[in-house]
Ligand binder design. Structure first.
Ligand SMILES: NC(=O)c1ccc[n+]([C@@H]2O[C@H](COP(=O)([O-])OP(=O)(O)OC[C@H]3O[C@@H](n4cnc5c(N)ncnc54)[C@H](OP(=O)(O)O)[C@@H]3O)[C@@H](O)[C@H]2O)c1
Length: 316
């Protein structure tokens, strides 16, 4: 009996692994990025690091927007070694602080002539239940409100650099998010899982509304489910043995960080997607996000509420 159960689990794991390997797509574009300026938030780890390495190899000037100088400088060194491109830079950014987001954006406005690609890659799970210095739920701010404000503040430069691209890292988990306008800041009810799911649902809705606002500007914005990969994203699982088991199982069954970076790379570099906006991609292909992610009225309403919560007005 036990042998049968073990055999069934092993068969299931193998089926998932084979399915993953068959469906996982690689960016086929050989487009170079010489002369392009790319910002990758959280470019020091996991999917962001692999994305930054690939775009540096294509010749882009890469700006790593990261919160830890130590981790960012180590990543910078790794990217330069991998790509041979020395035009890689670290600029501090902590998405859990609006002050840091504003300082980052002011620095970029002053020092960069252009932004060709903004990749809102940074994200975290399991951050707990407390508010940032800005009064927002920490997980919601790092994964959604922070990237929302950052994008708004960088829009003038993205517009003046057009054609330019914004890429927002979402997740298939957005399908379990709840759209409750009375609980945007997780004050009525919360769980770590719901925070993550809601933040990714809101990222999709932000993508949709922003694509409407950017009509006619040649600035595109798309959302990405990168796949499932054993990165540092699981570091906040509290029990060490569970964390190790999750990481090992995901590492074996699902994608490597290199594989999981392909869709963001495709959206940043490929000529085929020039002009495509407001869409959701996975495995380098357009696919359908949840129904609610495609609701323009909800997207518009969420934009208005988000702008109020991050205290952003278009005159800023
Ligand atoms: N891995 C998956 O299975 C998976 C699946 C679906 C979606 N995603 C999404 O893919 C994106 C990349 O995740 P990953 O898997 O590569 O995870 P990761 O290895 O943990 O990388 C996340 C990055 O975000 C940064 N970050 C976290 N909090 C930040 C803050 N307050 N300010 C600035 N940067 C911050 C991290 O910086 P530190 O190193 O300083 O912490 C790190 O560089 C995330 O948006 C994630 O939600 C991942």
């Amino acid at each position: 009996m036990y042998l049968l159960i073990i055999a069934a689990i092993a068969a299931l794991v193998l089926i998932v692994k084979i399915y993953q390997k068959l469906t996982c797509a690689f960016c086929r574009s050989s487009a170079h990025m010489v002369g392009k300026v790319v910002i990758v938030t959280g470019g020091n780890s996991g999917i962001g690091l692999e994305t930054a390495k690939n775009l540096a190899e294509r010749g882009a000037r890469v700006i790593l927007a990261c919160r830890s100088a130590r981790r960012a400088l180590a990543a910078k060194e790794e990217i330069i070694k991998f790509s041979g491109n020395t035009d890689v830079h670290y600029v501090p950014l902590d998405l859990s602080s609006f002050r840091s987001i504003k300082e980052f954006s002011e620095h970029i406005q002053k020092t960069e002539k252009r932004i060709d690609v903004l990749i809102n890659n940074a994200g975290a799970g399991g951050l707990g239940n407390y508010k940032t210095e800005d009064g927002l739920h920490v997980g919601m701010q790092v994964n959604y409100f922070g990237p929302f404000l950052l994008t708004c503040l960088l829009l003038p430069k993205l517009k003046s650099s057009a054609p330019s691209r914004i890429i927002n890292l979402s997740s298939v988990i957005h399908k379990y998010g709840l759209m409750d306008f009375d609980n945007l800041n997780m004050e009525k009810y919360w769980s770590d899982y719901l925070v993550y799911a809601n933040s990714k649902l809101y990222i999709n809705l932000m993508t949709l509304e922003l694509s409407e606002r950017l009509r006619g500007t040649e600035v595109t914005v798309n959302a990405v489910h990168p796949g499932i990969a054993a990165t540092n994203i699981f570091r906040n699982i509290p029990i060490a043995i569970v964390r190790t088991m999750v990481e090992k199982a995901i590492g074996f069954m699902f994608q490597s960080p290199v594989e999981a970076s392909q869709t963001a790379i495709h959206l940043a570099a490929a000529r085929e997607v020039a002009g495509v906006s407001g869409r959701y991609f996975s495995n380098c292909r357009q696919t359908q996000p949840s129904k609610i992610s495609q609701d323009l009225d909800i997207a518009k309403k969420l934009w208005t509420h988000s702008a109020r919560l991050v205290k952003y007005s278009e005159s800023d």
